[in-house]
Design a protein around this ligand. Structure first.
Ligand SMILES: Nc1ncnc2c1ncn2[C@@H]1O[C@H](COP(=O)(O)OP(=O)(O)OP(=O)(O)O)[C@@H](O)[C@H]1O
Length: 364
């Protein structure tokens, strides 16, 4: 129960005093102490201030604004409260033996134990959801076995230009739907087999990370290859990640592989941001009261509980997800109100919130 000083006059100080007990629900710390309340101004009973969130994709935005308004309205003389909401994404913590990517605040990897579970679909739509929320976002398609990101974003014909700079050549990522993208597909002949050795892969990933013209990014999403082989190990040890999202489908074979992947990242000290269960269920569009658990049910939830990581969400099987993926129109663009798009947006918000909490957890 918060007690506000009822008799305080209406000043910037008294506004900050009533806002001080209001906490960021995830960080569990005062918004005022976190410097999230800025530019307080008072004019004829109207209180205005800026609320600076830790991610534009904040899932609790409305809730925090309401809490702030409620607190300010307890002051006598307040007729109106106007909150301008903006965001400053914090920079992920530096990692030992890794070099930060200049200008890039948070690198989020998306991985899966098994191929074909929808890892690239989740990676692309996660990137888009963050961009649609107002963040600046880039993508690295590091899936050597199936570099599908360009197809999913309609960048099949794109060419990566190289710009000569005094410090060395810079790759200029093509842009699709507001995302800057580099992909293995831009560098290899997709019809020719490529035998990747760890060091080669590491070299290309380093080039993607450190020799691309990313500019300033809030989030860089890395679509990793599936599995727990050398390639994943090399990448997990090369990329300075804020955390990894693991994608699985609900059937036992996929869950077994997801468990192995999850353990690998945990053993390597990479933060597992959570598990995403894809193709969780199917509701026929012409029979909306029916639900089919094609690949079983409850598996993602059980694995998340067993491994002590959050289940970030469950995405239904929907035909437009597949069609959009093939046509360069991801579901967040093709049908933003579909159940799959809504699930993906909620997942992106949770990922962003967890990344911000991790970045700020030792601050102050
Ligand atoms: N929820 C969904 N509903 C319908 N189709 C889906 C869904 N998720 C993914 N797909 C489709 O399944 C196929 C595999 O998805 P995707 O390429 O994202 O998987 P992946 O795990 O990245 O595979 P790989 O490891 O082989 O690259 C694609 O055709 C994609 O459009």
């Amino acid at each position: 129960m918060i007690h506000y000083p009822m008799s305080a006059p209406l000043t910037v100080e008294s506004v900050l005093a009533v806002l001080r007990p209001v906490e960021d629900p995830e960080l569990r710390r005062s918004l005022v102490e976190l410097n999230m309340i800025r530019d307080v101004a008072i004019e004829d009973g109207t209180v205005r201030f800026t609320l600076v969130l830790t991610t534009p994709a904040c899932p609790l935005r409305e809730f925090i604004v309401e809490d702030c308004k409620k607190a300010v309205f307890t002051l006598p003389g307040v007729m109106d409260v106007q909150v301008a909401v903006t965001a400053e994404t914090p920079q992920q913590k530096s990692l030992p033996d890794r070099t930060d990517v200049p200008g890039v605040k948070n690198i989020i990897a998306v991985s899966s134990g098994k191929g074909g579970v929808g890892k690239s679909t989740v990676a692309v739509n996660l990137a888009l959801a963050l961009a649609q929320a107002g963040a600046t976002v880039g993508m690295i398609d590091a899936d050597i076995y199936g570099p599908n990101v360009p197809t999913m974003l309609g960048l099949e014909e794109a060419i990566v230009e190289v710009r000569k700079e005094a410090g060395g050549d810079l790759l200029v990522p093509p842009v699709a739907h507001g995302l800057k993208v580099v992909s293995m597909a831009f560098l290899i002949d997709r019809d020719q087999p490529v035998i990747w050795r760890g060091p080669m892969l590491n070299g290309i990933i380093r080039q993607f990370l450190y020799q691309s013209d990313w500019g300033a990014l809030d989030y860089l999403i890395v679509d990793l290859p599936p599995g727990t082989g050398d390639a994943q190990l090399t990448l997990a040890q090369a990329v300075p990640m804020a955390g990894v999202v693991i994608v699985t489908t609900p059937q036992p074979v996929a869950l077994g592989d997801a468990r192995r992947g999850l353990r690998m990242f945990q053993q390597l000290g990479v933060t597992v941001l959570g598990l995403v269960e894809n193709m969780s269920y199917f509701i026929p569009p012409d029979l909306p009261n029916r639900r089919y658990d094609i690949f079983g049910s409850g598996g993602g939830e059980a694995l998340a509980a067993e491994m002590g990581v959050p289940l970030l969400g469950q995405i239904p099987l929907e035909l437009p997800v597949r069609e959009g993926g093939d046509l360069g129109q991801p579901i967040l663009i093709a049908d933003p109100q579909s159940a799959a798009a809504q699930a993906l947006r909620a997942i992106a918000q949770q990922v962003a919130a967890r990344v911000s909490v991790a970045a700020l957890s030792s601050v102050g």
